[in-house]
Ligand binder design. Structure first.
Ligand code: GLU
Length: 285
């Protein structure tokens, strides 16, 4: 059975790009009699506004969707700690504490990761673990982790089989200073716990999957398939964002627009003026 999910972070209201993502995940599951899950990813430190979750539920219902809701990330912190403990202790020893600030990392980094963040320059990697580490971030020793895991592949059902390239991200954060877990760890653990078989999300997160595949290998988790769908773009070719003026679904809903009609238009590729769909990822094989 296909199980997909929509996993919004309540950092701001949902917009048309989210509607497209939720519809894609919903329809992929429903087409085969599967399940469509909603998971609220509410552990993004100070940016997280959990009160938005109710608005999200209203938005999805307005679009005519039905879903099964799984527990929000804030209720799953123990599972992230357990996974980190496993990475730390279980013959792996692939995590190390890091005290660097963002500014220090930005100043010393020589490369950019696929998600646009500076690759960690490795400053704390060889430091002995001393003192109180409770306010440290914990990073993955990427070279060591890749050596343990060996070559890995994963499959996107649009782009085909991929060779995992987690090394492009360098020593990613696994446990954050300001939040219970990094996106990479939380998403990997939750998709497994929720029984997700087809991880459906925008292609802006395509490269993150390299890291998720590595974490699955290190933690001994089964491997799902991914579906990274194209993105809705604004007139300047940029991904839609509320801060760049894309209307919030909640505003359209409150203005009396018909959400089900909007959903049908998005499904049929009839997009509002000034909005286009990015090219899809296609398998080269
Ligand atoms: N919570 C993430 C977001 O709102 C999505 C993560 C995912 O789908 O893996 O951008």
């Amino acid at each position: 059975m296909i199980v997909t999910r929509f996993a919004p972070s309540p950092n701001g209201p949902l917009h048309l790009g989210h509607a497209f993502s939720a519809l894609t995940a919903h329809d992929l599951a429903m087409r085969s009699g599967g399940r469509f899950l909603l998971r609220i990813e509410d552990i993004d430190g100070a940016r997280s506004r959990p009160e938005l979750a109710d608005e999200f539920r209203r938005d999805l219902a307005w679009l005519g969707l039905e879903w099964d809701e799984v527990p929000a990330q804030s209720t799953r912190v123990a599972s992230y700690d357990a996974a980190a403990h496993m990475l730390l202790c279980r013959a792996l020893g692939v995590l190390y504490p890091c005290r660097c600030t963002r500014a220090q990392i930005a100043a010393a980094s020589r490369e950019t990761a696929p998600d646009g963040s500076p690759v960690y320059p490795g400053t704390c990697r060889e430091q002995p673990v001393t003192g109180d580490t409770s306010h440290c971030a914990w990073r993955l020793d990427m070279a060591k982790a890749c050596e343990i895991a060996g070559p890995l592949v994963w499959t996107d059902d649009l782009a085909g089989k991929q060779q995992a390239r987690p090394e492009l991200f360098g020593d990613v954060v696994i446990l954050r200073k300001d939040a219970p877990a990094s996106y990479h760890l939380a998403a990997t653990m939750d998709d497994h716990a929720d029984g997700v078989t087809l991880v459906t999300r925008g292609m802006d997160l395509f490269a993150s999957t390299h890291v998720h595949r590595l974490l699955q290998a290190l933690l001994g988790l089964p491997v799902p398939t991914w579906h990274h769908h194209p993105l809705l773009l604004d007139a300047d070719g940029r991904k839609l964002a509320k801060r760049r003026g894309s209307p919030a679904l909640a505003d359209l809903r409150q203005a009396g627009e018909d959400g089900r009609a909007l959903a049908e238009h998005l499904r049929a590729g009839k997009l509002p003026a000034g909005i286009s769909l990015s090219e899809s990822l296609h398998s080269e094989s």
